[in-house]
Design a protein around this ligand. Structure first.
Ligand code: SF4
Ligand code: SF4
Length: 200
């Protein structure tokens, strides 16, 4: 069958018309910030207080882009006659985001919850060396880590929360007891102070 003259043009115009009436999907970034899912893998934050320098993340990283330096310190015995202990002290923790492939293995394997995903992604640099984020920068990313999702109402209270609540209750009880104790020199109601005469 011979082609109808102008059919191709009509087909093209039909596509144009259909597209013109559809809702636009173009993101006006950077004027408008994109709405990212909470589990976006943007950058990795380090909560170094939780890090025990176990090196697991550095060993498991497929790109070998986690650099950790540490030294050992001796901790004196907690009780007299006890044994001294040694612990690792973190000297350097850095991630080279020029090499990182955002697989998340380091975060998965960290047994001490010291690494977290942050959805922040605006850290492009003109110098590739600047993409190696040292521990201070990795710590700063922690402020951008979203809060964990709410617990299921029927779920058991997490062990950490229960322990923290118990400690807080104990502290509050100790403070209340201390506040009730009379301070030296202060008389309790019904008790006469030294030198004060009772009724004859
Ligand atoms: S996300 Fe993957 S590649 Fe990146 S630092 Fe962690 S383990 Fe290495
Ligand atoms: S796995 Fe976790 S605790 Fe161990 S060195 Fe890495 S960040 Fe620190």
């Amino acid at each position: 069958m011979a082609p109808i003259p102008g059919a191709g043009l009509a087909k093209g115009l039909a596509v144009t018309l259909r597209t013109m009436t559809r809702k636009t999907v173009t993101e006006q970034y950077p004027d408008v910030q994109p709405e990212l899912p909470p589990r976006t893998r943007g950058v990795i934050g380090l909560f170094e207080e939780n890090c025990t320098v176990c090196m697991l993340c550095a060993r498991e990283c497929p790109d070998w882009c986690i650099y950790i330096d540490s030294h050992k310190e001796t901790v004196p015995a907690a009780v007299e006659g006890g044994r001294e202990r040694s612990r690792n002290v973190l000297d350097r923790f850095a991630i080279d985001f020029a090499l990182c492939m955002y697989c998340g293995i380091c975060i998965e394997v960290c047994p001490f919850d010291a690494l977290f995903w942050s959805p922040e992604f605006e850290y492009a640099e003109t110098d590739i060396h600047e993409l190696t984020h040292e521990r201070d920068r990795l710590r700063e990313w922690m402020w951008t880590v979203p809060a964990p999702p709410a617990l299921d109402p029927a779920a058991e209270e997490p062990k950490e929360l229960a322990a923290a609540r118990k400690a807080a209750d104990k502290l509050a009880a100790a403070q209340a007891a201390a506040a009730e104790e009379p301070t030296p020199g202060e008389s309790t109601p019904g008790e006469s102070t030294p030198g004060e005469e009772g009724p004859a």
